[in-house]
Ligand binder design. Structure first.
Ligand code: 4AD
Ligand code: MG
Length: 474
């Protein structure tokens, strides 16, 4: 049994061999003398064209009509040169076994269906060309991520999914409560099983953790503990944000890659982010050629050239202050007015990456401290912090990072200024008490990277099962 990947194009050197494949029927064309069955097994974009004559074993399955689009089949045949122009080789069927029939209601017939429609069929959409290709490229990006960091001496650290702290301090967390086991006296409704005090509020003392716990918004604080022991580390795992933004670049559950570099400043951080992005982009260009050609034709024209530029050219770098000057000089009217101290909105990011520096990733650094998280290192000017965001066309912010505040008094003062509870950060402050070092890191939203590398314009199509406001089906 072989993967179809080794068939349609590379099969030429197997002419005359007998092979078996397994997969799902994409199309079936019954003609007077022969039947064409196109089979896909997900190993590649191409289908294996299989040709069946009425003498072949299993032809009764075709005649009786049980083989249709969506059915799973096992086929044995001989590799022959194809008469058609679409593929170089095809399989002349000797024997066909129907593994699982497909009901005529199968919703993904050959005609093109919209991506909106396919989101309502997330369990079947991996059977389409687009979602098969996105899944393979997503896998390649994950593999390349580990490869990049491992080859550069980083150690992968698992950060916890359940946590008591809020790394970003934005309050966009999901709370985890424990449900009392259901019994006869208690109804099965999850809400009724949350432990409560007499006045009806949640009784945290009865809860599993004894206090409120949350799904993590970022693994950074935990990564810092390992970076200040093992030097360079990275996390790669799911993170959660109860951000009520229904946009094409926000998910409630997304994967984040968070490297943390010890003995490193913001320059080192930006250099690492640039080298990482160039490496993974180059990796998919080299290793996912068939899928990338597909995206180039059907999803975003010119994406291969765009990514080739990203892999080879220098990125633009400018300070936040210069970015504001640039926006103020722009002829364009923005919906959100620009002034020093404002957070950059997506319209501003788009202007910078799509018009001011067309097509190229842009790194903006040294943001006002008031719009950034508590852990970022204060610059000499006392007004800005050593933060950096990497922006890319169409998506906006792909990466957010910073040099961390390694000086105990600065960090304590910052927590006080922001009225954050210092006690709950005791272990984080300890890192500044015992052998503190300058260190830096960044977070990259993996689904935004998948969007960037495939051209899919909605983040809901960059993850198998998107979680967004009001939607947690499948
Ligand atoms: O800029 P953010 O909030 O930074 C942090 O969480 C830091 N603790 C990272 C670090 O320094 N270790 O998030 C980092 C990235 C963003 O640039 C964006 O790509 C992605 O995470 N991101 C999201 N992706 C999808 N959906 C969301 N709701 C996202 N929020 C952030
Ligand atoms: Mg950010």
């Amino acid at each position: 049994i072989v993967d179809i990947k080794s068939g349609p194009d590379e099969g030429l050197n197997r002419l005359g061999d007998t092979l078996a494949i397994r997969g799902w029927v994409r199309t079936l064309r019954i003609q007077s003398s022969v039947t064409f069955i196109e089979v896909n097994d997900g190993s590649c974009l191409s289908n294996m064209q299989c040709v069946m004559s009425s003498e072949a074993e299993g032809y009764d399955q075709v005649e009786s009509g049980v083989i249709s689009t969506g059915a799973s089949v096992w086929i044995q045949g001989v590799v022959v040169k194809s008469q058609g122009t679409k593929q170089k080789v095809e399989l002349k069927i000797e024997k066909l076994v129907m593994v699982g029939a497909s009901d005529p209601s199968f919703p993904i017939q050959k005609k093109r269906v919209s991506r909106e429609f396919l989101r309502t069929k997330a369990h079947l959409r991996p059977r389409t060309n687009t979602f098969g290709a996105v899944a393979r490229v997503r896998n390649a990006l994950a593999y390349a991520t580990h490869k990049f960091f491992q080859e550069n001496g980083f150690i992968w650290v698992s950060s916890p999914i359940i946590t008591a702290s809020d790394c970003e301090g934005a309050g966009e967390q999901f709370c985890v409560t424990t449900l009392i086991p259901s019994s006869k006296e208690v109804t099965d409704s999850p809400v009724a099983r949350i432990p409560r005090t007499e006045d009806g509020s949640i009784d945290w003392s009865q809860d599993f953790f004894g206090k409120p716990a949350f799904l993590t918004v970022s693994g950074q604080l935990n990564a810092e503990t390992y970076a200040t022991a093992l030097s360079d580390v990275y996390t790669f795992g799911p993170t959660f944000r109860a951000e009520n933004s229904n946009t094409s670049r926000h998910l409630a559950e997304f994967w984040m890659i968070e490297p943390e570099l010890a003995f490193a400043d913001l320059e080192d951080d930006m250099a690492c982010a640039t080298a990482y992005l160039q490496y993974v982009v180059q990796y998919v260009l080299e290793n996912c050629k068939e899928d990338m050609d597909f995206f180039n034709t059907w999803i975003e024209k010119g994406i291969i050239n765009r990514l080739t530029d990203v892999a080879e050219k220098n990125f633009v770098q400018l300070t936040y202050t210069d970015a504001i000057k640039l926006l103020l000089k722009a002829k364009k009217k923005f919906e959100f007015p620009v002034k020093w101290g404002c957070d950059l909105q997506s319209e501003h990011e788009r202007y910078i990456t799509e018009e001011a520096f067309a097509g190229c990733p842009v790194i903006i650094r040294d943001y006002p401290k008031d719009i950034k998280a508590f852990y970022m290192r204060e610059n000499e000017d006392g007004k800005t912090v050593a933060a950096m965001d990497m922006l890319v066309p169409r998506i906006g912010e792909l990466i957010g990072g910073s040099q961390r505040e390694e000086r105990l008094e600065f960090l304590e003062n910052r927590l006080d200024d922001l009225k954050l509870n210092k006690d709950s950060y005791w272990w984080y402050l300890d890192l500044r008490r015992y052998g503190s070092v300058p260190h830096s890191g960044f977070g990259l939203g993996f689904e935004r990277l998948v969007q960037f590398a495939t051209g899919v314009d909605n983040i809901r199509d960059a993850i198998p099962f998107p979680r967004t406001p009001g939607s947690a089906e499948f």
